[in-house]
Design a binder for this molecule. Structure first.
Ligand code: ADP
Ligand code: MG
Length: 343
């Protein structure tokens, strides 16, 4: 069947500022070349919708737009939320998903699939949806309908980011600035090829700790703070203190990192990436042995800094390497970490 409308959604790599977008902090994602394409075609032979993806074998025939608790939820949710927004009954449509973006490794395939589907629907129904509306709708689908996900970073990066400029986003005020990345250095992404373990429940547990700590300190968002006083420390459990420490210090690191990016200082930027990783590992507790190993190997083989990217619990690492060292660097990593894959 011939596609009558197409939408594309890009993935992102977060350079610094992990677990901050649900704590009212600042983040620094960079869009990547890998994307998801949604092709939409009319199909009068089906009552509702059908969905196929090159990442899954079976074409799904959906009879009712309701939650199924599988990968199709991102497309079903998009149809449901888009239909509701514009008072359209969505039916007799086929969705075909194709992707160059690895899923579930922290490069935001969930936001990319949602954005690509919404763009395809927007083109098909000629609705002129604004970028802000697209971001809000995609965010709602992931958070309310699918029921996972953090803050607004991934949807913002997919819609408003680009590959040459990092998106410095204040997730509370939603103000943002695009900042040029380094000319002579590359942000490389390495997939550790380890499945993300227990990620949803662990993720929600961390979120709960942030909420309870904020409540005890009478804050709406942890990132309102720049330090925790002795008096406040006494209010917090050990676990709460550790997540707070990461969140508050990470937010300060993001602001410094942006300045180093503007000042063209990759050395200092790289140091902050590695500090971020240490904090994610020691205080936030979302790293794994494999991610730590990749970070250590990367820094040993000449990267200026490295960290896990995305929520953690497995997945990918981002590392800053000088352009003329990239080939040698890749060779050394692949020799020393056999399962590694450069994205
Ligand atoms: P990330 O966003 O880091 O890639 P998530 O766990 O948030 O990881 O989202 C991954 C989920 O997104 C997959 O489990 C699947 O439901 C959906 N998804 C991503 N890419 C595709 C694809 N190409 N085809 C179908 N579903 C996809
Ligand atoms: Mg995701």
């Amino acid at each position: 069947m011939k596609a009558v409308s197409v939408g594309e959604g890009y993935g992102r790599v977060n350079l610094i500022g992990e677990h901050l977008d649900y704590n009212g902090g600042c983040v620094l994602p960079l869009q990547i070349k890998n994307s998801i394409i949604c092709e939409l075609s009319e199909n009068p032979e089906i009552d509702c919708i059908s969905i196929a993806s090159d990442k899954y074998q079976k074409t799904l025939s959906i009879e009712k737009l309701e939650k199924r608790d599988d990968w199709a939820d991102f497309i079903i949710g998009s149809c449901l939320f888009f239909g509701k927004k514009y008072s359209i009954i969505i039916k007799e449509l086929s969705f075909k998903i194709s992707s160059t973006l690895p899923l579930g490794i922290g490069l935001s395939s969930s936001a990319a699939i949602t954005v690509s589907t919404l763009k395809a629907l927007n083109n098909f129904y000629k609705k002129n949806m604004s970028d802000d509306e697209l971001i809000d709708l995609a965010y709602g689908i992931e958070n309310i309908f699918v029921g996972v996900g953090g803050g607004i970073m991934d949807q913002f990066a997919s819609v408003l980011g680009n590959r040459k400029q990092a998106l410095y986003l204040n997730t509370l005020s939603r103000s943002y600035e695009l900042v040029n990345i380094f000319d002579d250095y590359n942000f490389l992404i390495i997939d550790s090829n380890t499945k993300r373990i227990l990620s949803n429940s662990e993720f929600n547990q961390k979120k709960e700790l942030c909420l309870s700590a904020a409540k005890k300190m009478d804050l709406k968002n942890l990132c309102e703070k720049e330090f925790i006083s002795e008096k406040e420390i006494k209010l917090l459990s050990d676990e709460e203190f550790k997540v707070c420490r990461h969140v508050i210090e990470e937010n300060i690191r993001v602001k410094k990192a942006v300045q180093f990016l503007k000042d063209d200082n990759p050395n200092e930027f790289g140091k902050l990436m590695t500090e971020s990783h240490s904090s994610l590992s020691e205080y936030y507790g979302v790293s794994t042995d494999e991610l730590n190993e990749l970070v250590n190997l990367s820094n040993y083989f000449g990267a200026l800094g490295s960290k896990l990217t995305g929520a953690g619990f497995g997945g990918a690492v981002v590392t800053l390497v000088k352009n003329d060292k990239v080939e040698e660097f890749k060779k050394m990593i692949l020799e020393n970490y056999k399962k590694a894959k450069f994205v």
